[in-house]
Every structure is written in C-alpha cells, then in structure tokens.
Design a binder for this molecule. Structure first.
Ligand code: CUA
Length: 197
C-alpha cells in the first residue's frame, strides 16, 4: 500500500452506511432543539399561569366622572355603609379635592367589608390606619377591595396620593364598631356613616 495515499475519508468516499449515520445524528440534534423549544414554551405557560394565579390582575371597572354626583352608584344618597339583604357590608365613598365623602365611615368588626370608591377629580388614595385596607382612587375607575377589621376601634384614613395643595389636610375617619352594635344600628338605616348615629 502506498503511504502517500490518504485514507479514505467520509467526504472522499461516502457510502450508504455513513450517510445513515449523518442523517441519524442530524435528526437527533434537531429533535433536541425542538424538544428544548417545546420545554421552554411549556415552562413559560406554567410560569404565566402561576403568576396570574398568585397576582390577581386589578379589575378594570369604569365610571363616568361627569355624572358621578348626579346618578348611579356614587350619587350622594348612596355614599356610606350599606348592609344588603344577604348581610354583605359595602362602603361606598368618593374622594375629591380635598375631602372624602363620607368624612367618617362606620364598619363592623370581624366581618368582611367591601369598599367601593372612586375620585371626582385628581388621583387620590387612602389607607385605613395601620390595616391593610389601602387603595388608589383614580377618576373614571372604581377601586374595590374586601377586608376584615379584626377589632373595634377608630382609625385615621388619610389620602396617600399627592393630589394638590390641600393633600396633607385630606383625611377621613373609620369607626370600627363591635359587630352587634353595628348590626343593631344597621337595622332601620339604609346608609350609615358616623354622623347618623
Ligand atoms: Cu387626595 Cu391627596
């Protein structure tokens, strides 16, 4: 055999068996690539599902600022605390430069209370004392959340979004009453606030 003759290389002398080996390797490589893409997509779906489940999206409920005071849910006669026939407690309030309406909110202790609020002008917000009741109030949108106040007492409820020159003087009060006392007062009252005791 001549030493100078190069050994037969794949490119020089492809045969049927070699072509099969190349094809199998390529198929395996692409199977891995496609498998990785599918795995990434499934992981994204799992992540998105868990994310949405753990971080409920803020609801988008709109309201017409121009007719806010005139009719509908936030007309003056509807503001304050209402107890529905099924016992659900709902507080409706409006924020405006530079006060809350009503100025004093009365709620029961130990019962879920749903707040529904909006703003008549600028962006406002409120937090009830040191509780987790905390939201922004944006004109044109209804902010709502449900919370339970564990014990009776009184809280300050300041506006916590800078809304203009009177911002620091904008606050209301929240009176948390023992459940029985609240329910006794709720009978016979359509809308409640601290003044109507
Ligand atoms: Cu309203 Cu700050």
């Amino acid at each position: 055999m001549n030493a100078a003759t190069p050994p037969s290389s794949p490119s020089a002398a492809p045969d049927g068996h070699h072509a099969e080996v190349v094809a199998v390797a390529a198929e395996r490589r692409w199977a891995v690539v496609v498998g990785l893409i599918i795995a990434v997509i499934i992981l994204l779906m799992i992540f998105a599902g868990l994310h949405w489940a753990s971080m409920p999206p803020s609801r988008v409920e709109t309201v017409d600022v121009k007719t806010l005071h005139l009719r509908g849910e936030f007309a003056e006669g509807n503001l304050g605390t209402a107890v529905d026939a099924d016992g659900k407690v709902t507080v409706r309030l409006i924020a405006q430069q530079y006060s809350f309406e009503p100025q004093c909110i009365v709620v029961p202790a130990g019962v879920p209370v749903t707040f529904r609020g909006t703003s008549a002008d600028a962006i406002h917000g409120f937090i009830v004392g040191t509780t987790n009741a905390n939201t922004m109030l944006i004109p044109g949108f209804v902010a709502t959340f449900t919370t339970t106040f564990p014990k009776a007492g009184e809280h300050l409820m300041p506006c916590h979004e800078y809304c203009g020159t009177g911002h620091e003087a904008m606050w209301a009060r929240v009176e948390v009453l023992p459940q029985e006392e609240f329910m006794a007062r709720a009978r016979g009252a359509e809308r409640m606030n601290c003044v109507s005791r």
